[in-house]
Ligand binder design. Structure first.
Ligand code: SF4
Ligand code: SF4
Length: 166
């Protein structure tokens, strides 16, 4: 078999003395670091004290909204769970009892509503499926980091909008 004329022998270039001792390369790297250290327009920010504005279309942590009278909007219809491609939502529906009209908007409500944040891919389909405008993905609150698997199930205590003070 003949080798093409273009194939050449590869030889290793010999390192100069300066390249061998690495010091000029280290000094060059430090000079670049120092130049950026004193620049005013840096790309980094002092997070978390300083935060970047979120995009309008950012999809962050879910919230279960209340209506203008402070009642939970969710009626436990289950459409969000059906729409969820990650099967991240579970809920238990219960009938509203007499005297609870100030808590829940309609006859049925979710006594349990949980989202598994490890499964959630923040696609927003639950928000789109909801006929009651009850669930939204906030565009200014990020889903927090977790330290253990026990913390990833978000229940109503973390999802329901806090009551507004009158
Ligand atoms: S954002 Fe998407 S993945 Fe997350 S709970 Fe909603 S539908 Fe499921
Ligand atoms: S959040 Fe909306 S879609 Fe999901 S159960 Fe409640 S009312 Fe139904």
């Amino acid at each position: 078999m003949q080798l093409s004329n273009r194939s050449k022998r590869v030889t290793n270039k010999k390192m100069t003395f300066a390249e061998k001792i690495y010091l000029p390369a280290i000094a060059g790297g430090l000079a670049i670091t120092l130049k950026h250290f004193f620049r005013k327009n840096t790309a980094t920010i002092k997070y978390p004290e300083q935060q970047r504005p979120m995009s309008r279309i950012f999809r962050g942590l879910h919230i279960l909204k209340r209506d203008e009278e402070g009642r939970e909007r969710c009626t436990a219809c289950g459409l969000c769970a059906l729409a969820c491609p990650a099967e991240a939502i579970t809920m238990v529906a219960e009938e509203r009892k007499k005297g609870e009209e100030h808590l829940y908007r309609e006859e049925k409500y979710a006594s349990t509503y949980e989202i598994n944040m490890l499964r959630c891919i923040f696609c927003g389909l639950c928000e789109e499926a909801c006929p009651k405008e009850a669930i939204f993905l906030q565009n200014d609150v990020m889903a927090p980091a977790f330290y253990s698997r026990d913390e990833v199930i978000y229940g109503k205590d973390k999802l329901v909008e806090p009551l507004k003070k009158k």
